[in-house]
Design a binder for this molecule. Sequence first.
Ligand SMILES: [Ca+2]
Ligand SMILES: [Ca+2]
Ligand SMILES: [Ca+2]
Ligand SMILES: [Zn+2]
Length: 464
Amino acid sequence: MFARLAAALLVALLLPTPSLAAEIIVVNGDPPGVGFNDPTPATPLGGNPGTTVGEQALYVFQTAARIWGHRLVSKQPILVISFFTPLTCTATGAVLGAAGANWYFSNVEPAAGGQALAPDTWYPAALAEKLTRQDIVADPNDPFEIFSLFNSRLGQPGCLTGSGWYYGVDNNEPSNRIDLLAVVLHEFGHGLGFSVGPTNSSTGVRAAGFASIWEGQMLDTTTGKRWIEMSDAERAASARNNQNLVWAGQKASNVVPSTLAFGTQVNVLDPSSLGSAEAIPASFGAPLGPRGVRATLVAPDDGGGASPRDGCEAFPQPGLIAGNIVLMDRGTCTFVIKVKNAQDAGAVAAVVANNTAGPLGLAGVDPSIVIPAVGITQAFGVALRAAAPAYVHVGRNVNVRAGTVFNFPRLYAPSTFAQGSSVSHWDTSTTPNMLMEPSINPDLTRSVKNPDDLTWSLLRDIGW
Ligand SMILES: [Ca+2]
Ligand SMILES: [Ca+2]
Ligand SMILES: [Ca+2]
Ligand SMILES: [Zn+2]
């Protein structure tokens, strides 16, 4: 059987890359003048010798294909149809790219020397062809294993205005550019199989009633069930079980200690009876550093508004805060507004407690924030507030790796479902930042494997 997600075909021009462990062939799907065919002159930069924008784009894609091909083994070439096309964007945010397996297969008999697929289970095309040693994709008009789209409007007015692609292949992009190589590596990762596949990640409904190969390794740490064992409704709930959905594959778990940094915690030194609890460093502000922050934690009222505990208004008595760590509750305003209010009052760090069940990650952007901030659970926040002022250490927990539960890395499962992001990415709490997080980060490397990244190990878990 096959299932087809999406593909539009314009022009196909085969552009083979050199012989590889797995041959990944980038196919230019762009019409004249666009994307790979953009004739605008360009100056070689960052290891990219192209002299037009189109040539540079192609060089980046072929570099990504070579990096992935070097790590994978398959006797079947992997065709990736690639386009530059307008994708969703605003002045301050953009969908950079989208990609997936062009086909999913199940119950395909292996050729000589090939492996049997798990019965009644969907496999992404490139993996199904690798395992069965068969050229399964049968449609001569759509022979691609992977499709990929990249935003052609990036940097134009109204689309992350003033940004644009960085075509160097040295991960050395200026702060106002997006590293195309990292984005292509990410999208190719989806196409190779970093995705829950044809199982609907929001409703949990399966295509033709078959599980995807991913479901066997997706563990909900609240229920103890894997997705493969769940009903549709249980999968839908698990997709929203923030911080409690993990990848339980052994190969990825094995490289967690060599890849992810130590975890973060709030450890209450006085009163010590409160103990310690996991914290998640914010995506903004200063990093905590190896020693963390040791100071008095206070929980003063802010200037009022919807709640005196939400930190959404300026603190009227900065003298209560200067030199201390401030505890605030989630809600009403953004995390960066809260932390900025704490910083303005002289706080040395900020702790934000969730207002619902589960751990809390703090996302946002404000380069003017220079203090560290972390998120904690609602329950721990209540206990801390009752004990405040308390003497605490916000810092490393050497007993756990950042972004993991039971040494299994978390998958992204925010309580409000995020179409296109939920489930089929690592959670943002993984530290250092991983290639397959839902948003691109500037500190990524060209590497897709440990000790830099977990992506390759996840693909190994599904059969690569
Ligand atoms: Ca094929
Ligand atoms: Ca308030
Ligand atoms: Ca991260
Ligand atoms: Zn993605």
